[in-house]
Design a protein around this ligand. Structure first.
Ligand code: PMP
Length: 276
């Protein structure tokens, strides 16, 4: 049986799908997206992802073509049809097709596309390395927009320098990673940038903060400087695909003892206990 994708309300094969050359997602990056993890055949934090999709869309004045409940049913059908066991669903909604012109068309029919990816092996969360990069993105990083050029260029620089992530900073203050949120631990206190317009409020970030409070770890949602990061005891990044991944070197400088820290490891263990 061939793998199916969701195209608006239809489950079809990838070959059957057609994207118009004047889809505004294609021409302007005018749309929003989500990546939702599946563990053992079940979605993780599905409702939170759908709520964030709705919020991102509404912030750029797109009304979703279906209700959250309908989208949930459709992507559950998609995952079931493809017998997805461990992997993720990528979904995006664009403003739809209109003659190319910057202002929105008077009437738009947003286009929803979703497809599944089965993991051949689990994404690595082996201790990684990072570089710092000036955050040159726009000031609405809270919107999970299809416009990812700032993130793409940063990750490309990281890849060219053989490291795993680019950690953004605005001036001295660390914001987030190119596709992750960033945490540090100093004197047993967990710090991460507050969820405002400078970062995407990661769903994994939220789960980490929730397990941290369950573990009685003191949390400060406060911005920290590059220097504070370099002098911290532990650094880790979080995302849907990488969970909580230790970072043990930044710009060639070792963090802490150069190994996964104890707090990172206990947060990850508690995170994993939420998956079943
Ligand atoms: N920040 C950015 C810029 C991201 O692209 C992502 C991943 N989509 C995250 C943070 C982490 O978000 P989540 O935990 O919801 O995957």
């Amino acid at each position: 049986m061939s793998v199916l994708i969701l195209f608006n309300q239809d489950l079809i094969t990838r070959e059957q799908a057609t994207i118009d050359i004047e889809d505004r997602g294609y021409q302007f990056g005018d749309g929003v997206y989500e990546v939702i993890r599946i563990y053992n055949g079940s979605f993780f934090e599905l409702e939170a992802h759908l709520e964030r999709l709705e919020r991102s869309a509404s912030e750029i004045k797109i009304s979703l073509p279906f209700t959250q409940k309908e989208i949930q049913e459709k992507i559950e059908q998609l995952a079931a049809a493809n017998r997805l066991h461990s992997g993720h669903v990528y979904m995006q909604v664009t403003r739809g097709v209109a003659p190319r012109n910057h202002p929105f068309p008077a009437k738009s029919d947003p286009v929803l596309v979703a497809y599944t990816k089965e993991y051949e092996k689990e994404p690595s969360r082996a201790p990684g390395k990072a570089i710092f990069m000036e955050d040159i993105r726009w000031l609405r990083c809270d919107i999970k927009s299809l416009n990812l050029l700032g993130n793409v260029l940063a990750k490309q620089s990281a890849t060219e320098q053989n490291v795993d992530e680019a950690i953004f900073h605005r001036g001295d203050l660390v914001t987030e990673g190119s596709s992750t949120n960033v945490f540090i631990v100093k004197n047993n206190i967990l710090y991460t940038h507050p969820a405002n317009n400078f970062i995407l409020e990661g769903i994994t970030r939220r789960v980490i903060l929730s397990v941290a409070s369950e573990l009685g770890i003191q949390i400060k949602e406060e911005a920290f400087t590059k220097q504070e990061l370099l002098e911290s005891d532990e650094v880790f990044i979080s995302s849907t695909t990488q969970e909580a991944r230790p970072i043990v070197e930044v710009d060639g400088r070792q963090i802490g003892n150069g190994k996964e820290g104890e707090i990172t490891s206990s947060l990850h263990a508690k995170f994993v206990s939420r998956l079943s």
